[in-house]
Every structure is written in C-alpha cells, then in structure tokens.
Design a protein. Sequence first.
Length: 264
Amino acid sequence: MAEVKWIKICTDIFDDEKVVLIESMPDADGIIVIWFKLLCLAGKQNNGGVFMLNDKIAYTDEMLAHIFRRSLTTVRLALKTFEDFGMIEIVDNVVTIPKWEKHQSLDVLEKNREANRKKIANYRAKQKRIAAGDCNGYSNGYSNGYCNADVTGVDKEEDKEIDKDIKRKKEDKEIVISNKAHACAPAQKEMRTYEDVMTDMAIEESVKPTLWEFIRHCQLNGHTLTDAKLTNILVDMDMRRLSAQEKIDALQAAINGGYFDIKR
C-alpha cells in the first residue's frame, strides 16, 4: 500500500489521563517518545495499526528498539505500560493499536482524493469547452444558457441547481452587480459568476456563507476577485485536501487578517 505521510493527533493529547499518568512515571519522556514513534511507524505502514515487518514476521521489542534508536529496557517498559493502559494490544505475539481509525482513516482519505480528482477534472473539462468557444455561459450575471456540450446531459437535478443559482444571484445584488460590471470587460470571451465557480468546484454548502463574506471583504477593500482568481483559491484549498471546516477557518483568517488570498 502506498505510503501516507500523516496521522491524526488531537491537540489535547497531553490532557488525556493515560498520558498524564505516564508523565508521572520514571523515564516518562522516553515512554512518550516511544508512543509517538509507534504511531508514526503504524502510519507509514498503513496496516491498520498492526505491526508486521512483512506477511510472516511481526515486529519484536528488539526490532522496535533498534528502529526507534532507544534502549531495549525503555522499549519494553513502554510496551508494558501501553498494554496495561489499553493503548496497544498484543494479539498472537503481534503488537497492535486498537481503534487505529482514530489516527488514520484511509477510506475517508481515498474518498476525499477521488472527490477532489473529479472536481478538478470537471473544472478543467469545462474550461477547455469555454476556450473552444462552445459555451454561451452566464455572460451578464442573469443568463442561464448552457454549454453546447452539456445540453443533452442536463437533467432535472441540474435544472434545480440552476434555479437555485439564479435565486441566490438575485438575493445577493451587490455581488451580481460587481460581476456584471466585470463581465463587460472587452478582453473577456466568456464570463461566469462567482456562483458558477462555486458550482463547478462543488463547494460545500457550509462553506459558501464564509466564501461570500470573503468575496465582499475583497470588494469592500478594492480587491474585486476575478473568476480565475477565485477558482485558483478554491483549487488550492482542494489540492491541500482541506476539510469544509478548515476551508471556513482559512477564509475567516483571511478576512480577520485583512488580506485577500488564503495563507498557508
């Protein structure tokens, strides 16, 4: 399985009563270091928290001591402590971390990756159609024309989404007006509204209110976003695999900080 370079660690881990108890023990720092080394090793293996060198050989305490560059005495003390506290389980002489999905959920990761791949692929496909001159698009903020390539594929669900888009545009007049003015630029062959960009990028509903607030923040400070700039910001957040809440936090940080892009 391909290597995944992350595991989840809660920021309140040092408030966990098991960790607090470990900190009161002799060689506490050494034991805690072993715990994080175990988590990292399990994360790199992507084996559900089961410590196997290969299909036949399980990691022994001697092997772990060598890999972790720690004394065998410290590793054995740490493993005994972790087992007593239920942080690991020894199953048929194999070290395992129970409930490993708390630290690394590969099914969720793969689903997010696939969703991001589809969003980016859809966006690029539409941009290619626009570049080829196949789209009527939303040239003035109120039109609801479709790309020629999309007409036969429009179904009832898409019709509903288009109706929702038009309603939102009318409700948010200041954004529509700004977009309309932007659409009049002679250099633009095709103009889309912010709502079109959000739809193309499949932005989560929970993120949209903060994204609109970010757009207003930019406009009120003389930094009107082009649809290309907004798209770049959203693609960047998707490529960083931000969750909906992380996107909201990043946008709010930009608003609070008075800047007009998403800082890393």
